[in-house]
Design a protein around this ligand. Sequence first.
Ligand SMILES: Nc1ncnc2c1ncn2[C@@H]1O[C@H](COP(=O)(O)OP(=O)(O)O)[C@@H](O)[C@H]1O
Ligand SMILES: [Mg+2]
Length: 250
Amino acid sequence: MSNTAPTIELRGVCTRFGALEVHKGINFSLQPGEVTTLLGPSGAGKTIILKLIMGLMSPSNGRVFVMGRDITDLDEQALRAVRADIGMLFQGAALFDSLSVFDNVAYGLRERGERDEKKIAEIVHERLEMVGLPNLDWKLPSQLSGGQRKRVGLARALASSPKIMLYDEPTTGLDPTSTRKIDDLILKFARERGITSLVVTHDVFSARRVSDRWMLLSKGVIAADGPVSVVERESPLVSEFVSGTWKDDA
Ligand SMILES: Nc1ncnc2c1ncn2[C@@H]1O[C@H](COP(=O)(O)OP(=O)(O)O)[C@@H](O)[C@H]1O
Ligand SMILES: [Mg+2]
């Protein structure tokens, strides 16, 4: 492969809100097609990392690169172009309650100026097929199960054919069967479409299933980073996190 540039890179990223220093120098890079899990306790700053990559927030220090481009100081218009390559599954799926399944999935396409309804319908149906939810077009989110809502959120995030997918706690609150379906979809998108994926989760079983690489965010830095088998063996923090003996205020 000629292009070995990382798809996502954070260099020396610091984020602060007043006196609260959330990130104190975050460094990592994600290679094309890689699926990485970001673990860490609540409030560690995981969601903010996803927002930094989307350009929804700027770091107080450091640089953020997406597909080789420094996005740190881009204006809103340039950021919109960057976001076109990124799909994000927000915590709680964040569907529009008053819109049908079809219109939820079509939303991003219409937002980006697509007016050809035939083409929109084609893409929407293909994506709903991909997540295993055909024939639900005119249902409202309130008529779906939690797992189905997540999958509609996935279909929506995939509508614009992103090269990067960011997942914020995609399986939180789901039963084991729905969790497994989401995990399988995350893997499928990465394997079949080469989508570079960053998954934030508390679910250690999902984290093992979907990714080879774990990063642990703790006290403002990436405290462990590497193949799962290695970090589970060598990082005391990771073993504490996995075994539920984590002491956050140590
Ligand atoms: N816009 C904001 N203003 C002030 N504090 C914030 C803001 N967004 C997040 N925080 C704080 O930053 C910390 C990290 O947040 P977040 O990334 O959401 O954590 P998590 O790892 O649970 O996803 C939390 O303490 C949160 O309260
Ligand atoms: Mg969060």
